[in-house]
Design a protein around this ligand. Sequence first.
Ligand SMILES: [Zn+2]
Length: 51
Amino acid sequence: MRDLSNLLDGLRCSECLSENTLWLDLAAGLVECRECGQGALFDPDHEGDDL
Ligand SMILES: [Zn+2]
């Protein structure tokens, strides 16, 4: 079974402001910070949406 978690390189956690601690869980479709455990739904539809 493949590991479906990817490190989001270069991103910063909005809670603890640590860099390179955010992991994208593809299976659950959410992002979680390894440092503070902050989780957020990953919403790719909003990226590049009409401004
Ligand atoms: Zn954090």
